[in-house]
Every structure is written in C-alpha cells, then in structure tokens.
Design a protein around this ligand. Structure first.
Ligand SMILES: [Mg+2]
Length: 414
C-alpha cells in the first residue's frame, strides 16, 4: 500500500538521521571490506558511497543511516581505521545528499600542460556563474591532461559562453555539453579530411607538382577562412591542375600523414559501435582510399575528371561545398537511422560551418577563428583522439581496450 505524503492530514516524513564517514590514508587491499564489516554490526542502511584514489592516497566517503547508539558505531569505525593506519571523520547529520541542481553540464578542460592557474581561472568562472562543481575526474594524462567536471546550477549555453572566453585567455580547450542521455546516443562521426583527418591540404600537394603550390595555397587559405566563395575558388584551383597525370594522386596518397591519434580514435570508437563518414571538399581519388584504409562506412567528395590518364582541370558533377557537406551529413544520418542531434561533426574550415551546426556536437579541430567561434566546441591540441575525452571515454579505457587487442599504446614520460 502506498501513502500519499502530500494528502491533507499527512505531515511530510521526518528526514532520517545519517552518518557521513570519511576515511583517508594510503590505499591497500581490504579497506572497503573492513569498514563495511564494522558498519554491518550496527545494521545500518547504505545511502551513498564515493571513493577516489590519487597517487595511492584513498578518500572513501560513506553515507549511512544513523543507529540509535551512533557513538558505539563511531568508536567501532575509529578502531577499524586505526587498525588500517588511516584517518577517519564521522559526521552526524540529517537526510541524504543535497539533490543536484538543474542546469547540468559536463565540462571537459584540456591542457598540454594543464596549469593550476588555468584550473583556478576556469573554476572561478564556474563559481561566478552561480554554478556548482559536483564531481571531478581525470580523463587523460598523456599526451594531454583532460579533466571532466560535472557542473550544475546554470544552463550549459550560458556556462559555455563565459568558459570559452576564459579558456582562450588560459590557452586551454574547453567543451561544455548538456548532461543528458544524448551523449550516450551519439553514434555517427562525420569528418572533414584535409587539415582534420589528414595533415595538410591535398590540393596543395597536387599543385606543387605543376609548380603553382604558392598560388593554390593562398586561395585555399582564403577559402578556409571563408573570404572567397568555395565552389568558385575550388574550380579555379582545380583548373590549374590540367594535364597532371593521375598517378600523381597515388603519389600524394602515399605521402599523406594522418592527424596524430586518428587511428586510435577510429579503432576505439568503431569497437564501441560508432559509424564513421568523411565529407570532403577534396577528391574521391584520395578520400576513397583513406576511407578504405581506416574502415569508414561512408565517404563523399569531389570527383576529378580524367581523360587519357590526365586531369582535365574540371570536376565531374556538383561541387561538394559548404551546403553540400551539411546535406551529406543529413543523408548519412538518415542511412544510419539516427537523428542529426546524435551526430558528431569535426572540421577546420569555413566550408565545414553548416555541417558543424547541423550536428548535435560540432567540433572545430585546430580550426580557423571563424569556425572556432561558431562551433559547439573547439579542440586546439594536435591530437584527434582527444575527441574521445569529450565523449566521456578515458585514456585508461582506450589503453585497456588496445591491450586486449594486443596493441601497445605509447606510455607517458612521467
Ligand atoms: Mg579541412
């Protein structure tokens, strides 16, 4: 039978007395079992447990109902702690933990290095906004230090604005994401290719073979900053490639370097069931080979026209421009059967802007200023696997999964 405590004639149930036990000291096997054995004699109910270990120093917090003879229990717990060589505090109080406030975010702070002054400034902005840090945990130590804060009390959009400003002053990266179930539902990653998945711009490498690298590089830079029309500028740059042998595309593919961490990110997230798509203003002759090498599910790019083994300087069909990239993202999302809000898009150029805003999480990766300002979040360290820390996957988990698969991941220097 249930009781309606709000019904007339019923007083709200009185909050039970509780004990908060905080144990600190050097971690060793059996600490948790010893403490709970001491508690079990009093027949108390466990309401909450939190434990962290930092450099072998353990902090264990246990919230239990207070028995009538709570002092006897306190003495038993203190004896157990003394036997373990640890310190303990027993605080008597009332009720459960205070409920977390509405307006909950995951705030990820990434530094290389992460300085205490940066943490002080970021935590200061969180406090200024009237928000509270409920929990902090480390996502990675190497090659970047990534810390995730669980914050409540302020709407994520409002918090993001002030933290992004502070992050740029402190030379750290920050991502502020609403703490809802959507992050767990993210299942499709749509990536730009040039200067995102691979280092450099393929069109510049091709242009160097016809002696006009400087000219093409200058126009590419303008296009990526959004200063010139992408389609017009791409057609003009491709026209300069007229007469180039198609084998040059194979040579350029062989020379390409992936962004650091690209393979680790793709390998790990594919294990977790993520699907990958690349959407590029570059060329299918190169992107299709990258897609095959990395095991991408989808790829969309421009097709260079070839006649008698040489480039004609023209593109076949429509140019994949800024709008075309966003349209491809929507098409791939529909094929996978996920809403656009469950898509993560990663890019660096102005032609990625529509794609980044169409996604649930748009990440500006070492991007042009115009892209950093518009995207949901910006990553400015040169490691693509950093993206995983924004998804709540720790480096420790990545290393463990790799070890299971017989892959050795680089270890930190300290
Ligand atoms: Mg790019």
């Amino acid at each position: 039978m249930s009781t309606d405590i709000d019904a007339p004639g019923h007083e709200p149930a009185e909050q039970p007395r509780t004990l908060l036990i905080t144990l600190t000291g050097t971690d060793r096997p059996g600490v948790t079992s010893s403490i709970f054995s001491a508690l079990s004699g009093a027949g108390v109910e466990v309401l909450d447990i939190e434990q962290i270990v930092l450099r072998r120093r353990l902090v264990l917090g246990v919230l239990v109902t207070a028995p009538r003879d709570w002092k006897k229990l306190r003495d038993a717990v203190e004896r157990t702690a003394a036997d373990l060589g640890m310190s303990v505090e027993v605080d008597r109080g009332v009720g459960d933990n205070t409920a977390r406030k509405d307006g909950r975010s995951h705030v990820t702070i990434i530094g290389a290095p992460l300085r205490a002054s940066a943490m002080a400034a970021m935590a200061g902005r969180i406090a200024d906004a009237g928000a509270n840090i409920d929990r902090i945990e480390r996502m990675a130590r190497y090659p970047v230090t990534a810390i995730e804060l669980h914050v409540s009390g302020v709407e994520p959009d409002k918090l993001r604005t002030s933290l992004v400003e502070e992050a740029s002053r402190q030379s750290v990266d920050v991502a502020v994401q609403p703490a809802n179930l959507m992050r767990r539902g993210m299942r499709l990653i749509v990536m730009d290719v040039d200067s995102t998945l691979v280092q450099g711009e393929v069109i510049e490498m091709l242009a160097s073979r016809v002696g006009c690298e400087a000219e093409v590089a200058r126009v590419t830079e303008q296009a990526m900053r959004g200063e010139v029309d992408f389609e017009e500028s791409l057609r003009a740059r491709v026209a300069l490639l007229e007469g180039l042998e198609v084998s040059a595309l194979d040579d350029v593919y062989e020379q390409l370097d992936y962004a650091p961490g690209a393979r680790t990110m793709v390998r790990t997230l594919k294990r977790l069931g993520y699907r990958f798509a690349m959407v590029s203003g570059g060329f299918t002759a190169v992107t299709d080979r990258i897609a095959e090498d990395l095991g991408f599910d989808f790829a969309h790019a421009n097709e260079l026209e070839v006649v008698d083994g040489r480039l004609t300087g023209r593109i076949v069909g429509d140019v994949v421009d800024r709008a075309g990239k966003a349209a491809a993202l929507r098409r791939f999302a529909a094929e996978v059967g996920v809403p656009e809000g469950a898509v993560i898009a990663i890019g660096d150029g102005a032609n990625d802007l529509d794609m980044l805003s169409a996604a649930g999480l748009g990440i500006a990766y070492n991007a042009k200023p115009v892209v950093q300002q518009a995207a949901h979040t910006a990553v400015n360290v040169p490691y693509l696997d950093t993206i995983m820390y924004l998804l709540g996957i720790s480096r420790e988990e990545v290393v463990a999964a790799d070890a299971d698969a017989g892959i050795v991941t680089p270890a930190p220097p300290v």
